[in-house]
Design a binder for this molecule. Sequence first.
Ligand code: F6R
Length: 570
Amino acid sequence: MCGIIGFISNKSCTTKLIDGLLKLRYRGYDSCGLSVLAQKKLYTFKSLTEPQSLLPLIPNHVNHTVTAGIAHTRWATHGVVSLSNAHPQVTHGKISVVCNGIIKNHKKLRDSLIQKGYTFESETDTEVIGHYLDLLLKKHDKLEAFSELQKTLTGRYALACILEEDPECIYALCEDMPLFLAKTAQGIAIGSDLYAFPAHDEFCQFDSRTVYQINANGCSNKTLHYQKSDISDTPSTLNHPTHTLSEIYEQPGLIQDIPALWRDRCPIPPFIYGAKHILVIACGSSYHSALLLKYWLRDSAIHCDVDIASEFKMNPPHHTKQSAAILISQSGETADVLIALKQLKTNNTLALCNVMHSSLPMRTTAKIALHAKKEVGVASTKAFTAQAIALRLLYDQLHQRPILNPDVTSECTQQILMRSKEIRKIAYKYRSIKNILCLGKGEMLPIALEGALKIKELSYIHAEALPAGELKHGPLALVDPEVLVITLTPAPCNYMDICIHEVKSRHGKTLNIGAVCEHADDNIIISTGSSPLSFLPLNTALQLLAYFFAEAKGLNIDQPRNLAKSVTVE
Ligand code: F6R
């Protein structure tokens, strides 16, 4: 979703701002823009396309003399995708604001500003901020005005602002949303996502309810407390046409490496070992990984509930102070998960997260890193795999089993990737299909759900997952020659054979993934061995299938329409 990057430096920093915007794209965006201060004047440029399109808009004399700037990728929430709604939002050509999140009381503020004679050019809540600040600056000095602004705004937000009258500064403040600062070789960077910053060794995270006045040396009104940066990897698509494919191909390596990291140092906190009740909370793909843990724990003495974070918020299931809560999130910024965390009755909270400097692991009692490295593709692939491995390792530790040996699963996943041409051919064959049903049983049900989600997000083909046994209890009514039914059968299974016959009798198409089923129209044959992670190669085959459906349809695979990488609004 929306992203902020800002720079203040003794050298021109426009290319750094554009670089930052390019790096923010992975979060999902539909417009972008920047404001810069050059020779004591404020300039603003916006685009509805790629961040690079901003560069030719900036006149040379401005480009060479920029001392400070703020930039933004917008993912529309308040108002349509348009240049006037894109950020920065500018007041009277003098005050420029970029903002992530939502200002809850924007309507009330807008009405009162209109009464005072202010006019609005956008539908955004952000425009209110600059206008209100303008009003405050008439009565207060700058820091006081920002402090008053912060007291007035309600909601979850992070914002950065530059003022024409103060060309040496960027002002920043946040409420329950991340905003960071780092000293880089190119100057001081601020922003909402450390991945958008140039190389840096240390960073600090801004506190809520605090105004920061940033200059070219750091912060002039607060002492900052730096932490070591954990960002070392630069994601690359060198060998693959997209980040998503590159991330799918990283999985055999992750399957191999993650158990070894646990062997070196088991990260499970003591409260998990003692828990009689474990509550797992997550969204989307992370929720699907949680369902695997529930399935594994179904016959154990530990009672496990799994809840979708947005449902938990509405109606939390029974839990006590003694329950342990595991919150799973690739990004660590998913608003629904962060809100669910606040509503928990227990402090026994464990984050399973891929971005360790994000909000979730900073707020839970304990944290476990997923070690998936940065995931850029909007659709989660390798992070889901890392979650599933972490949860299996946790399950095995709870039952005092040795750390699993990942060799067979890693090798088998590698084999699937080497057979990608075969999967591509099948995807191209069925690319015009309109509806897909994915059938799974037991541990394969979460994999069917995850596969259907990947197909939906990447290829825009309608796909649903269901327990194989439920087919005849209703969904069979959907089956006709336009429907493809995908069956997941890690081992020969009479039950799936019956399902395939039922579908074929109604002229539906069938694709079986796993042990060969001779009645299916097509098979992706996978022999998984007997590892506890044997579901992963089937998941990889589904990821590739979804990927090649999207490729066949010529879609933007790394950034599917309407989606954002971290969903920071409710
Ligand atoms: C699916 C996908 C989403 C996320 C969901 C939760 O491919 O990426 O469904 O899994 O938005 O995100 P995190 O894990 O960052 O909390």
